[in-house]
Design a binder for this molecule. Structure first.
Ligand SMILES: *[C@@H]1O[C@H](CO)[C@@H](O)[C@H](O)[C@H]1NC(C)=O
Ligand SMILES: *[C@@H]1O[C@H](CO)[C@@H](O)[C@H](O)[C@H]1NC(C)=O
Ligand SMILES: *[C@@H]1O[C@H](CO)[C@@H](O)[C@H](O)[C@H]1NC(C)=O
Ligand SMILES: *[C@@H]1O[C@H](CO)[C@@H](O)[C@H](O)[C@H]1NC(C)=O
Ligand SMILES: *[C@@H]1O[C@H](CO)[C@@H](O)[C@H](O)[C@H]1NC(C)=O
Ligand SMILES: *[C@@H]1O[C@H](CO)[C@@H](O)[C@H](O)[C@H]1NC(C)=O
Length: 678
């Protein structure tokens, strides 16, 4: 509000359309701000190419509707450039699966404000992160990088787009040129950020005004598409920040729908696609692999940031995802720009490491620091920050073609997750065609190592239960902690890591997938994962649900109980697959013959019974019959309690009657009734 007459009156009036209503307020803050708008000369986007400048009336009030740090993380008020604004993450507003690539500035690029852009316009953190379409020109030509922002119809909106080139080699004009569309109408053709700003690291912003017709709620579309006619060097687009302000209408009103009546701000891409089948097919999906027989064919493009790696030929990886192992999921290294998971996401930003720092951390990739080797590269132990922080450094083999896939989308999602039972990514390095990820170091390695070929002492039953509960909590969080379900797709004992206190952390989200939209039961997708752990339903019909993770987790439970791998080709046919063999033994009352000999006589019978029931349920043939992860957690907790009580009463064989179990409910014939799992 432009307060020019020395006073500001605020009046609250009960709605006349709601009898007996009253007005109330809990707090009022008034902050004086520099003039953010009077110098704005926004172009009116009205379908004509006329480029009329819309004049904002000095008396016209504006309401902030969206303020997004595109390609970066949320910026809290305290980190704003003095104006206490909150900048939100843009990814919930991105249309469909086409997330592009988010990244931050090269370390030698500093944000330098020109006089035309006062530093209060937006903080450096906004300009130093960006989202672009991705390195594949062909893919980029086939889609629009699109944000969809629900707004109240019937108003003019000021849309402010913030741009800044922040990575080499983007220093010249006609390198990255693109078109900007607002509400499907051309706002600017041939946008060239370097052309506007004059150089790398120099912020620039552009204002537009769009008109929305009608009443109720509608979507504001912001779309970017490469402009090709001038033959730019890259077919790509970039955006660093996005603000949307509602303009007071001619009745001096900003009144819109009651905020509670709005649809949630998170736009379900599935819903959006419903009305637009055409668009759906245009969303690029890079198919990363197919399963044929027992070979996993991994087809990938070398999509490495700005490195001018040549697109490499398709790759056939005989065993690939199915057999690779080792900590930090070497099988699927996924690096897509600046994508960080879990703990690092909020506290400290995802860090950028130079190759020199990585070399220093690993003593120039000293083989004696090797933690593991997989199909796509090696994992090293390392130290950063002068030895204070121990890390695990996953390096894609520079010589091998990387099975890069579409998972940037999903990992991008994961970067918002934060959980004690998920491994966190500290940072990354992308230089000289190297793709390197830096994780928290998990001192105790993988769960698998603790179960076989073990120099490590066998784990006691209680600890195994605690590890299973931890991993189950991590998966439960993946399934339910975000706005959309995230399906891990590669749950196995080698992807469950243990920190120095043996706290279990789920790792390797390289194959993770966003779950189905609300109106769908499954995601149809190529079968990927690891043999021995495949949900049969998924394997047969390519229909992925979160229950596919539950199945794999059931295999892990038997792995924990029997201390043998999910697949052991050395054994006779009926025993090769742990899931089949365990179910067979359970049916025939022979399970105690296949449990880890170390555990014999050490598991309280009720704890055993409850654990096995849970594992068997997880391995049910259809997803419907399997419990959800939260049920699995509860049942494992119960198994743990039963074990603890038995150990307290110092009697493994007695002390607890079956009534205890009846109290929480016992196996119920009707498998659709999940109440007995609660
Ligand atoms: C605020 O309200 C008072 C009382 O109605 C009026 O005298 C004053 O002019 C108003 N001020 C402004 C800035 O509208
Ligand atoms: C505020 O209003 C006054 C008087 O209408 C005008 O002179 C001034 O430029 C306006 N300031 C802004 C920032 O619009
Ligand atoms: C800055 O660093 C990038 C790599 O991060 C490099 O390609 C570029 O040449 C460097 N530029 C200058 C001016 O040092
Ligand atoms: C823009 O086009 C899409 C389909 O291409 C449509 O669903 C959407 O409603 C349009 N948006 C506006 C504001 O017209
Ligand atoms: C990009 O958006 C514009 C404006 O809505 C539309 O005309 C064009 O067809 C879109 N292109 C693609 C590839 O979706
Ligand atoms: C302004 O108010 C009048 C009367 O309340 C209403 O009929 C009209 O639709 C309003 N105009 C706008 C742009 O909201």
């Amino acid at each position: 509000v432009n307060v020019s007459t020395g006073g500001l009156n605020l009046t609250f009036t009960p709605s006349t359309t709601h009898p007996n209503s009253y007005a109330f307020i809990n707090g009022i803050e008034i902050l004086s701000i520099p003039d953010l708008f009077s110098s704005a000369t926004p172009l009116l986007v009205d379908g004509d190419d006329g480029h009329i400048v819309y004049t904002i009336d000095p008396d016209q009030a504006l309401e902030t509707v969206y303020r997004l740090n595109v390609g970066g993380q949320a910026i809290p008020p305290i980190e704003d450039s003095g104006l206490f604004r909150s900048w939100d993450d843009d990814s919930p507003y991105i249309y469909g699966a086409a997330f592009g690539v988010s990244y931050s500035n090269d370390p030698n690029v500093t944000i330098t404000y020109p006089t035309s852009v006062p530093s209060y316009i937006a903080p450096p953190d906004v300009y130093s992160t960006a989202r672009s379409m991705g390195p594949n020109a062909r893919v980029n030509l086939n889609y629009n990088l699109t944000w969809i922002l629900p707004v109240d119809a019937g108003f003019y909106y000021l849309v402010r787009l913030h741009f800044c080139e922040i990575q080499y080699p983007m220093v010249k004009i006609n390198q990255r040129v693109f078109d900007i569309y607002l509400n499907n109408q051309t706002a600017t053709k041939e946008a060239d950020v370097i052309g506007w700003s004059g150089g790398i690291g120099i912020p620039v912003y552009r204002d537009y005004v769009v008109m929305t017709m009608g009443r109720g709620q509608m979507d504001l579309w912001v779309e970017l598409h490469p402009y090709t006619l001038a033959n730019p060097e890259y077919y790509d687009a970039i955006l660093n920040g996005l603000e949307v302000f509602k303009l007071q209408n001619s009745n001096n009103s900003l009144a819109g729908l009651n905020p509670g009546a709005r649809s949630p701000l998170y736009v379900d891409p599935g819903d959006l696609r419903k009305g637009s089948a055409k668009h759906k097919s245009e969303v690029p999906v890079i198919v990363g692999g197919v399963v044929g027989g027992f070979a996993v064919l991994l087809a990938g493009f070398c999509l490495i940031g700005m490195c001018k790696c040549q697109k490499k030929k398709m790759m056939k990886e005989g065993k690939g995802a199915a057999t690779s192992n080792g900590p930090y999921g070497l099988s699927h290294l996924s690096l897509y720009g600046n994508t960080c998971s879990a703990a690092s996401a909020q506290s400290n930003r995802c860090r950028y490491f130079s190759i020199a720092e990585i070399k220093a951390a690993t003593n120039d990739f000293d083989e004696s620091l090797l933690l593991g080797i997989g199909g796509f590269g090696k994992v090293y132990r390392g130290e950063i920050d002068g030895g204070i922080t121990k890390v695990a450094i996953k390096r894609a083999n520079p010589m091998s073609e990387q099975g890069v896939h579409q998972f940037r989308t999903e990992i991008e999602m994961l970067s918002k997750l934060r959980h004690n039972h998920l491994v966190s990514l500290i940072g990354y390095c992308e230089e000289n065609c190297e793709m390197i990820l830096v994780y928290d170091y998990m001192a105790q390695g993988t769960l698998r190592e603790h179960l076989c070929r073990t120099q490590k002492p066998p784990l006691p039953w209680k600890q195994r239960l605690e590890i299973c509960i931890g991993a189950a909590l991590g998966l439960h969080y993946l399934h339910t902690g975000a706005k959309r379900t995230i399906i891990h797709r590669d749950v196995k004992a080698t992807n469950i890591l243990l920190d120095d206190k043996r706290v279990a952390k789920v790792s390797d989200f390289g194959l993770s997938k966003i779950g189905p939209p609300a109106d769908k039961s499954h995601v149809t997708t190529m079968v990927k994962g690891s043999f021995g752990y495949f949900d049969p339903e998924y394997f047969r019909m390519m229909q992925l649900t979160e229950k596919s993770d539950v199945f794999s987790f059931g295999v892990v439970l038997f792995e924990v109980l029997c201390a043998r791998p999910a697949l052991n080709p050395m054994l006779s046919d009926e025993k090769v697959s742990l899931s089949e063999w365990a179910l067979h033994c359970q049916k025939n009352g022979m399970l105690d013959m296949i449990i880890d000999p170390y555990l014999k006589g050490k598991i309280a019978p009720l704890s055993f019974k409850w654990f096995v029931q849970t594992a068997v349920k997880c391995l049910a043939d259809t997803g419907k019959e399997r419990p959800s992860m939260v049920d699995v957690v509860r049942n494992l907790e119960l198994a743990l309690q039963l074990q603890e009580r038995a150990e307290e009463s110092d009697s493994i064989d007695g002390g607890i009657s079956d009534e205890t179990v009846l109290f929480v409910g016992i196996e119920n014939k009707n498998s659709d009734d999940r109440s007995h799992w609660l």
